[in-house]
Design a protein around this ligand. Structure first.
Ligand code: 13P
Length: 346
C-alpha cells in the first residue's frame, strides 16, 4: 500500500474551504427524482443533467471531488469529451460509488446490509484506469423499536473493513458512509445514541483490521431528530451534538469527516455545518466538510427539470449552493452571506 498516495488524495479532498459533491444517484433514485419533474429517466437525460453538473463554470473553487455512478464515469459531454477528463482539467478528484446497494439482512426484518464486495477488486482496478482516486461505500440503518441490532452493525462493519482494505491496496481513498436514516419520529437523543454506538462498532472493526486510518474519510449523518418528530430542535443543538458525538467516537487520526445532507432542508444542512465551525465549540481534530447530494442539487434539478433550456441558470444555482457549503465549511456562511445567498429560489 502506498500511504503517501492516499494521504495526498485525502488532503486534496478535504482541504478547506472545499467539499465533495455527490452525484452518484443510481438509476432508480434518478427515476424517482426525474419523475416528480416530468423528466423521462433515460440514459441520455441522465447524461444531459450530469453534463450540466460537471461543466458548471467555477465550481472547482468550492468542490474538490465529485462522486460518480458507474454509468456516469463512462459518459461524455455532448462535444465528445469524457466527463472524467473535464473533471481532471478542473483539478477535481474523481470518486466512484462502488457498493451495489442495500439488501435485506437475513432473519433481521427491517434491516439491511450492503452488497457489492463480489468482483470489487477488479472493478476498482478498472475505475482506477478511468481516473478514480476515491470511492464511496454506504450502509444504511433505520432507527426503530428494536433496530438497528448489534448483529446488523457488526455485519456492515465487517463489510466496510473488506471494502477499505481493497481500496487502499489500489491506492484509492475509501469513503466509509454509515448512514443513520432520518426516517421515523425518533428524538435527537436517540439518533445520538445509535450513531455513537455504530461509529464505535465501525472504528473498532477498522482499527482491529489495522487499516490505514489517515487514508480514509468518514461520511456520516448529522445528529438529527427523525423527520416525523414533532419536537423542535435548534440548529445549534444539532451542531453541538454532532461535534460532541464525533469527537467521542471518531479517531483523531482519520483523514477527514464529511457529511451527507440526508433529507434535511437544504439550508439547514448549510447552517448546521457552519455552526459546527463556530469557535464556541472549540478546535476539531479532523477536517470537517460536506459531501452533499440533495442539499446542493435540489434547486438545480428543479430549475433544469422545469426548463431544460435554462442550463446557465441551473449552473449558477449549483455554484451558489456549493459556495454556501464552502463558506459553511469554514464557519463563514452566516457572517458573510446568510441573507444574501441563502435565499436562492426554491
Ligand atoms: P444526500 O446529501 O442527499 O443525503 O446524499 C449523500 C449521499 O451520497 C448519499 O449516499
Amino acid at each position: 500500500m502506498n500511504e503517501k498516495i492516499l494521504t495526498d488524495t485525502v488532503a486534496r479532498l478535504v482541504t478547506p474551504p472545499k467539499g465533495i459533491l455527490a452525484i452518484d444517484e443510481g438509476t432508480k433514485t434518478c427515476a424517482g427524482r426525474f419523475e416528480k419533474l416530468g423528466v423521462p429517466n433515460t440514459e441520455e437525460k441522465r447524461r444531459e443533467y450530469r453534463e450540466l453538473l460537471i461543466t458548471a463554470p467555477g465550481i472547482e473553487q468550492f468542490i474538490s471531488g465529485y462522486i460518480l455512478f458507474d454509468e456516469t464515469i463512462r459518459q461524455k459531454a455532448k462535444n465528445g469529451v469524457t466527463f472524467t477528463s473535464i473533471l481532471q482539467s478542473k483539478g477535481i478528484e474523481i470518486g466512484i460509488k462502488v457498493d451495489a446497494g442495500p439488501l435485506d439482512f437475513t432473519d433481521h426484518p427491517g434491516e439491511k446490509v450492503t452488497s457489492g464486495l463480489e468482483g470489487l477488486s477488479e472493478r476498482l482496478k478498472e475505475y482506477k484506469k478511468l481516473g478514480a482516486t476515491f470511492a464511496k461505500w454506504r450502509a444504511v440503518y433505520t432507527i426503530g423499536e428494536a433496530v438497528p441490532t448489534a448483529a446488523c452493525m457488526k455485519k456492515n462493519a465487517e463489510i466496510f473493513v473488506k471494502y477499505v482494505e481493497l481500496c487502499q491496496e489500489e491506492g484509492i481513498v475509501p469513503i466509509v458512509e454509515p448512514e443513520i436514516l432520518m426516517d421515523g419520529d425518533h428524538s435527537l437523543e436517540k439518533c445520538y445514541e445509535v450513531t455513537s454506538v455504530n461509529l464505535q462498532v465501525v472504528f473498532d472493526a477498522l482499527k482491529a483490521a489495522k487499516v490505514f486510518l489517515p487514508g480514509l474519510i468518514l461520511k456520516t449523518n448529522m445528529i438529527l431528530p427523525g423527520k416525523d418528530s414533532k419536537v423542535a430542535v435548534f440548529n445549534r443543538e444539532i451542531a453541538q451534538s454532532t461535534v460532541r458525538c464525533l469527537k467521542e467516537k471518531v479517531p483523531a487520526e482519520i483523514g477527514g469527516i464529511v457529511f451527507l445532507s440526508g433529507g434535511q432542508k437544504d439550508e439547514d444542512a448549510v447552517i448546521n455545518l457552519d455552526l459546527m465551525h463556530q469557535s464556541l465549540i472549540g478546535p476539531l481534530p479532523w477536517p470537517l466538510s460536506f459531501s452533499y447530494s440533495r442539499a446542493i442539487q435540489n434547486p438545480v434539478l428543479r430549475t433544469w427539470g422545469q426548463n431544460p433550456g435554462q442550463v446557465t441558470r441551473a449552473q449558477m444555482l449549483l455554484v451558489a449552493a456549493a459556495r454556501n457549503c464552502s463558506l459553511a465549511s469554514v464557519g463563514k456562511y452566516q457572517h458573510e452571506d446568510f441573507k444574501k445567498l441563502s435565499r436562492h429560489p426554491q
